[in-house]
Design a protein around this ligand. Structure first.
Ligand code: 3PG
Ligand code: MG
Length: 394
């Protein structure tokens, strides 16, 4: 059943509780990356223009249930104010009488940002009493925090019991549509690219992909567990020994289903992820015992680009190497350019991967950039996201 959308609500004169994911990286007193703030603007502006007052709420970081100035939303309030072009006052807390008074004093077209929801243990505990306290602030509920909706927390789940109706925001809808389309009725061939450090983070996704994709390209440190399964010695590369058997099974299943799997054939090696330079590029059969793979090699890159050529849909999550280190960024950045240059519908998700796409300067050339990390993976795995599940039916 489709979920109720914010566009279907009569917002005139209403106080809207807008749960967003404003969990952005900070740098000093500023916001290091405001992508998630820009992403919620359409919903925020929609509500304000429709004559609502908006009580905007989010978590930031993991302050563990008590107030912590390091995790204050103050920098977010300042940046949002610049982006929105109108005042975004920050409440001293997210519940309580003082905050209720601030919320009640709002006029149509005005907004208030609540302080970090995770300053209260009730948020992560999905505590009904905390949710009830939040509910006192508003008349209706909108969830635009797709990126946090894999968490069964009070502002995402319990609150919908007290504040009805609970509608999806515009960003939430875009995320659900773009990511839903990619696995439900993709244009084929569908090529998935997975990278990042750990196979364990991606196993659920890999299993789902085995039933969906035409081609699976695997890079990043997680590739070494697969290479080990093929009998190669990964040297000091990151390997998850307990998953080698599973990796072998994945490769066998892919073969049985006729899914093309691309693994690195060459790798850039170094003494560690923080080394200033690469030692050399070697064939994956010849990784020196004291060195580790830190990026895919040029031959691998060329093969991955070749595999992308016929694609009609591409989904990518996870860097190809330690791209935070400029010495080992080539594979990831070049791949970002190749994905962006493809005529396929391209979807990219995950904080690191999106950062790499920005670093490569190709964000505008992609079909869809998700704001989500953990939620992106869980949604694509086919899991029900508690925050989405809790929304009212249309
Ligand atoms: C994210 O950044 O992935 C979301 O905001 C969720 O944050 P969390 O992993 O701390 O729950
Ligand atoms: Mg996270």
């Amino acid at each position: 059943m489709p979920k109720l959308s914010v566009e279907q609500l009569d917002l005139q004169g209403k106080r809207v509780f807008l749960r967003a994911d404003l969990n952005v990286p900070l740098a000093g007193r500023g916001v290091a990356d405001d992508t998630r703030l820009r992403a919620v603007l359409p919903t925020l502006q929609h509500c304000l223009k429709a004559g609502a007052s908006v009580i905007l709420a989010s978590h930031l970081g993991r302050p563990k249930g008590k107030p912590d100035p390091q995790h204050s939303l103050a920098p977010v309030a300042n940046r949002l104010e610049e982006l929105l072009g109108q005042p975004v006052p920050l409440a001293p807390d997210c519940v309580g009488e003082a905050v209720e008074n601030l919320a009640r004093a709002l006029k149509p077209g005005e907004c208030l940002l609540l302080e970090n929801l995770r300053f209260h243990p009730g948020e992560e505990a999905n505590d009904p009493a905390f949710a009830e306290a939040l509910a006192r602030l508003a008349d209706c509920y909108v969830n635009d925090a797709f990126a946090a909706s894999h968490r069964a927390h009070a502002s995402l789940v319990a609150l919908t019991q007290y504040l009805k109706p609970a509608a999806a925001g515009l960003l939430m809808r875009r995320e659900l549509e773009a990511l839903g389309q990619i696995l439900d009725h993709p244009d084929r061939p569908l090529v998935a690219i997975l990278g990042g450090a750990k196979v364990s983070d991606k196993l659920g996704l890999i299993h789902r992909f085995l039933g969906k994709v035409d081609c699976l390209l695997i890079g990043g440190a997680m590739a070494f567990t697969f290479l080990k399964a093929l009998g190669h010695d990964p040297g000091r590369s990151l390997v998850e020994p307990e998953l080698v058997d599973q990796a072998r099974q994945v490769l066998a299943q892919a073969r049985a289903r006729g899914i093309q799997v691309g693994l690195p054939v060459d790798t850039v090696v170094a003494s560690g992820p923080e080394s200033a330079e690469a030692v050399r590029t070697v064939n994956v059969r010849q990784i020196p015992p004291g060195l580790m793979g830190v990026d895919i090699g040029q031959v691998t890159l060329a093969r991955f680009k070749e595999a992308l050529r016929p694609a009609r849909t591409v989904i990518w999550n996870g860097p190809m190497g330690v791209f935070e280190n400029p010495a080992f960024a080539t594979g990831t950045i070049e791949l970002a350019r190749a994905v962006a240059g493809s005529s396929a519908f391209t979807v990219v998700g995950g904080g690191d991967t999106v950062a790499a796409v920005h670093q490569a300067g190709v964000a505008e050339k992609l079909g869809y950039l998700s704001t989500a990390g953990g939620a992106f993976l869980e949604f694509l795995e086919g899991r029900e996201l508690p925050g989405v599940d809790a929304l009212s039916e249309a």
